[in-house]
Ligand binder design. Structure first.
Ligand code: SF4
Length: 600
């Protein structure tokens, strides 16, 4: 196989996209490698948000061009936001062979084939529908502890300073099924944490999964798919499927006593959802299924006591669970003897299963998706970014408070503390609205970590506006912040209609004031952690010493601990003993780790 080096710049969306690109390029016969020395092709996945990000790419291109001048055969491609913004110029002035915008990655095998026969290739078409739903990303970035899953692409907000809506196109949400599939895949590969990504995750909205109707008596799979139905649960070969259909029909005609009793129970009690009986799921006929909640009920006959049958049942249950179903089993005797108890068990299972779509219509919103992901992978930590303050709902906050594996940390970019500036930025919220959202966070999720993005020197920013930013930072008591000085981006509304009128030295001074204040706030926030205990997911070896590991609390604070027999990927209980503005230091607590707590 040929070798491909992917260099990723910019935000986490780009990290996730590089993994999509790696999977697609596998099809084109390219295997990802780690160094330029072994590469046949290099892709730079780029960012256009700030000018210095683009300058970095230009100097990387100069480096690769110098290798080519020395006779090295190398295909150089530019992907991502800069490809979309700069387009042909990259080929004409910077020696690039291939240019692909964020919505063109499925065409990469074609594009690289063109380059391999000596042509230049470019595709920067934006799409209103592309979400790469069918690509399972190849996990190439970082240690396999935390993975990213894009839940949506693009942005409709058009903040006046921002290039993203022009480089990544209109907002579109991925369907629930494909997100859950990717999340489960991460879990199965041993990842401990998943971060749901989008430019504005809170505006996620996708139709509920179209009905799963492998209702074989009347319709074929193809027919269902043509009408937009979901048939993911049918995996059997056509011959086996035909056989299953015959059996399902027969079983429906001759139910056992226990099956009859269960059917009466499910129909006769107002459970708020509907069940089907003798339904084909994958290679199996299940006794009862609720497709709105992906819940299967199985009744074991007398022969289930046999060892072989037990093994088969266990495998069958595991396989159905891998397909995303919850499975509960009852014996014949249980169903006949104690229907009250059986009903109670079913009601509890229904309460704990989120609505996944199935037979229903309507929309899945971000808080619903977040809950669904959390419950699908209860053993993983779940994070999300980025949230737009205008869409941060109490419902989302309640999900964070209620679901134990959703991390209590919110990144809520404010950008400025002045209403005049916010208006000129087209941020669509006011200082008061933002502070109300922060108050809601403090009320509903009391121990939540809070971080932000804020920048100095936007068009028309006065000294008073700047002071408003400082006072808002004090009021919000951020744990951390990304701070920048404004740099105009060609193509944005601000570059065309607003004057970049704050002198450079004033921008720098104001930025330094933001940074100094945030250092104080971070130091104070970290000091408050001393003496407290946190669950820390260990992510890597500390830069300072190989005898120390670093990890993160739910609140996204970095903690250093002595290695002392611990390993990366483990979650341990840590008592904080010391702090700086950047990190916490801690020692293993005598309290049990989460795993031990679970065992207990
Ligand atoms: S919300 Fe605003 S800043 Fe964020 S990507 Fe969209 S336009 Fe850019």
């Amino acid at each position: 196989m040929k070798k491909l080096l992917i260099e990723t710049y910019g935000c986490q969306m780009n990290v996730a996209d590089s993994e999509v690109v790696a999977a697609i390029m596998g099809v084109a016969g390219y295997e990802v490698c780690q160094t330029a020395d072994e590469a046949d092709a290099v892709f730079l996945n780029t960012c256009s948000v700030r000018d210095n990000a683009e300058q970095k790419i230009i100097s990387r291109l100069e480096f690769y061009n110098s290798l080519k001048r020395k006779g090295r055969r190398l295909i150089v491609g530019v992907l991502g936001c800069m490809a979309e913004r700069v387009k042909e110029e990259l080929i004409e002035h910077h020696g690039v062979d291939l240019v692909a915008g964020p919505d063109s990655y499925l065409r990469l095998p074609d594009l690289i084939a063109q380059v391999e026969v000596g042509q230049k290739a470019i595709d920067v078409e934006l799409s209103t529908t592309e979400t790469y739903r069918d690509i399972v990303p190849q996990r190439i970035c970082g240690p396999h502890i935390g993975g990213f899953v894009s839940i949506m692409r693009g942005c409709n907000n058009f903040c006046h300073y921002c290039i993203v809506p022009y480089t990544r196109g209109r907002e579109r949400s991925r369907d629930v099924e494909s997100i859950l599939r990717e999340v489960r895949d991460l879990r199965d590969r041993g990842f401990k944490e998943v971060t749901l990504l989008g430019q504005n995750v809170n505006s996620y909205k996708a139709p509920l999964n179209p009905p799963v109707r492998v209702d074989s008596e009347t319709e074929t799979e193809e027919k269902i798919q043509r009408s937009g139905g979901r048939t993911a649960y049918k995996t059997a070969s056509p011959d086996i499927y035909k056989l299953l259909e015959v059996l399902a029909k027969k079983n429906r005609q001759y139910p056992t006593e226990a099956e009859k009793a269960m059917w009466e129970l499910l129909k006769g009690n107002n459970l708020g959802v509907s069940f089907r009986r003798q339904h084909i799921i994958g290679d199996y006929i299940v006794d009862f299924v609720c497709l709105q909640k992906d819940l299967i009920i199985e009744i074991d006959g007398g022969y289930h006591a046999q060892k072989e049958q037990k093994i088969y049942d266990e495998e069958r249950t595991a396989s159905l669970r891998r397909m995303g179903f919850d499975v509960i089993r009852f014996s014949n005797e249980e169903v006949i003897a104690d229907t009250k108890q059986v009903l109670k068990k079913i009601q509890t299972a229904l309460q704990h299963s989120p609505i996944t779509g199935g037979d229903g219509g309507g929309q899945v919103t971000f808080p619903q998706l977040l809950r669904l992901v959390a419950r699908t992978v209860p053993e993983m930590r779940v994070r999300f970014t980025t949230s737009h303050p205008k869409d941060m709902s109490d419902e989302t906050l309640r999900v964070i408070a209620e679901e134990p594996n959703v991390c209590r940390h919110i990144h809520l970019p404010v950008q400025s503390g002045s209403n005049d500036v916010l208006k000129r930025m087209n941020r669509k919220y006011t200082r008061e609205w933002y502070l109300d959202r922060v108050a809601a966070i403090r009320r509903i999720v009391p121990d939540c970590g809070l971080s932000t993005d804020i920048f100095a020197g936007y068009c028309g920013e006065t000294e008073e506006d700047h002071q408003m930013s400082l006072s808002l930072m004090r009021e919000c008591q951020y744990d951390s912040a990304f701070m920048f000085k404004y740099s105009e981006r060609p193509g944005t509304y601000a570059s065309k209609h607003l004057k970049d009128d704050v002198p450079e030295e004033v921008k720098i001074r104001r930025l330094n004031e933001l940074i100094a204040l945030q250092n104080e706030l971070s130091a104070e926030s970290n000091r408050r952690c001393i003496g407290k205990e946190y669950d820390v997911l260990l992510e890597g070896v500390s830069k300072r010493s190989r005898d120390q590991l670093f990890g993160r609390t739910e609140q996204n604070k970095v903690v250093i601990v002595d290695r002392a027999g611990h390993h990366i990927g483990e979650t341990i209980r840590v008592r904080i003993t010391d702090s700086s503005s950047a990190t916490l230091k801690g020692e293993t607590s005598p309290q049990p780790s989460p795993r031990e707590r679970e065992k207990a």
